[in-house]
Design a protein around this ligand. Structure first.
Ligand code: TYD
Ligand code: MG
Length: 453
């Protein structure tokens, strides 16, 4: 067996025999790093055959041990995890530098430690003094969290086996390295091996493992997705408005629903939960209603949310008018504009169109179509929408409005916040239409409803 040197792309994971400035696999520049491995003898004559053993098979029916969950004491985090941390689960949390990952995890660690759990916080980036400083700032300095600065995975695994902690936080996985490999920390093979070793040790000792992951400049967790496949739960921590609001978003969860969100506010004493985010997103909403705004009743994961959709269609001096979108999909805006023009007879030619989701949330649901269309119509015709109303529904290319899921949940959240009426698609066959709903069949009806008001 000989030592081999390969060059692995940090973006796509493809390995190359020679170094080059550009990865032939994905075209990324300067992404190859050297990795040293042991080449195994090729299969064929002379190769030793490894004898396997038959695997014991079982059935779906059987004793099901209930997953033991522990509340982190932070309700917004519990919600995102699917009801607390599951025993033995591995959670990866990614986010931009400075978004508050270390702060959130220190708060979580301190909360659990205060409840008598054995919690270890290992940092590869900061000194214990820096962590202590943060703890003082968060007023958590008395929590019995055990901290250490360490980057060697072998030492950490040994510590897990001895201490058997309930929770282990690794801040961050990119700084960890395994002595079994010669490549530098942060390279693909180091990441893979270090994570594998940590997960193995944590599962063997029923430890919940939380890994902090760095993100690349386009917002993905650094490393070619290997980490995301290996762990049970992937969470992104985002700062969408660029100020104090922080949003936790589950991307993958083997122990609960994905696409769940948790909302926090960064304050001087650390991250504060925002249990009622609709109120923040509607903070500046004026119910006397000027033209160009519509309240969309959204569903993020399992959580209903009210957000304000703002549109402005202003006369343009450009040959090709601008179409600018913040918080929604540019292509969907083009589609809604085209449908309004073709099926509703409203022309946006010669106008710049701006669309903004207030509060900085990113909306992906097609259910927002109707709210966007309503805001656009209201802006171009300078008429207000019916007061105290929320709007949701998907627009098809024919101009008809399609019903969306969880109408009742959306209505309930709307009513809780004082929006008693809703404009949405007519109910599906066999379902009764609640009195609060003004049914809209197509964009023509939407335009008529807005005008009549
Ligand atoms: P941090 O948790 O270190 O971010 P990350 O680990 O994701 O890189 O958070 C750093 C930012 O949070 C920093 O800009 C200061 C701010 N912050 C507060 O506003 N209040 C606080 O109590 C703390 C601890 C940090
Ligand atoms: Mg940090």
């Amino acid at each position: 067996m000989a030592q081999t040197t390969t060059y692995v792309c940090g973006q796509c994971g493809q390995s190359h025999k020679k170094w080059s400035g550009k990865c032939a696999g994905c075209g990324a520049w300067n992404s190859l790093s050297e990795e040293v491995g042991i080449a195994t003898a090729p299969a064929g004559r002379g190769a030793k055959k490894v004898q396997g053993q038959q695997v014991e098979l079982t059935s779906l029916v059987g004793n099901m041990a209930e997953t033991q969950r522990t509340s982190t004491g932070i309700a917004e985090l519990d919600r995102v995890l699917g009801g607390g941390t599951a025993q033995g689960a591995t959670i990866l949390i990614g986010g931009d530098p400075g978004v508050g990952k270390s702060t959130l995890l220190l708060q979580t660690a301190a909360g659990l430690a205060n409840k008598g759990r054995n919690v270890i916080y290992i940092t590869g980036e900061e000194s214990p003094a820096q962590v202590r400083l943060r703890a003082v700032r968060l007023q958590l300095a008395n929590a019995p969290v055990k901290i250490a600065t360490e980057t060697n995975v072998a030492n950490i695994c040994k510590t897990i086996a001895k201490e058997k902690p309930n929770l282990l936080v690794i801040d961050s996985i990119q700084t960890m390295w395994s002595p079994a490999l010669e490549s530098a920390p942060g390279t693909v093979s180091q990441l893979r091996l270090a994570t594998q070793d940590l997960i193995h040790a944590a599962k063997a000792n029923n430890t919940t493992l939380i890994l902090v992951g760095h993100v690349t400049k386009d917002g993905q967790i650094a490393g070619p997705r290997v980490l995301e496949h290996m762990v049970d739960t992937v969470i992104y921590f985002e700062s969408e408005r660029g100020d104090h609001l922080r949003i936790l978003r589950t991307v993958k969860n083997r122990f609960g629903a994905a696409h769940e969100i948790g909302v926090f506010e960064m304050q001087t004493q650390g991250l504060m939960e925002v249990p009622n985010p609709s109120s923040i997103f509607l903070e500046a909403h004026d119910n006397s209603n000027t033209g160009g705004t519509a309240i969309f009743a959204a569903i993020e994961g399992t959580r209903p949310l009210l957000v304000e959709v703002q549109a402005l269609a202003a006369p343009s001096s450009l040959a090709i008018p601008r179409r600018a979108v913040v918080g929604w999909n540019q292509n969907r805006l083009s589609m809604v504009l085209a449908v309004l023009e073709a099926r509703g007879g409203i022309s946006f030619a010669g106008r710049d169109v701006f669309l903004n989701i207030a509060g900085g949330l990113n909306i992906t649901e097609p259910a927002a179509d109707l709210a966007v269309a309503a805001a656009l119509i209201s802006s171009i015709n300078e008429c207000a929408l019916p007061p105290n109303s929320v709007i949701f529904g998907e627009i098809s290319l024919s101009g008809s409005i399609r019903p969306v899921v969880q109408t009742d949940v959306r209505l309930k959240e709307a009513q809780r916040l004082g929006f008693d009426y809703a404009l949405t698609a007519t109910a599906k066959k066999g379902e009764t239409q609640p009195d609060a709903i003004t049914p809209i069949r197509d964009v023509g009806e939407l335009i008529a409803t807005i005008h009549n008001d």
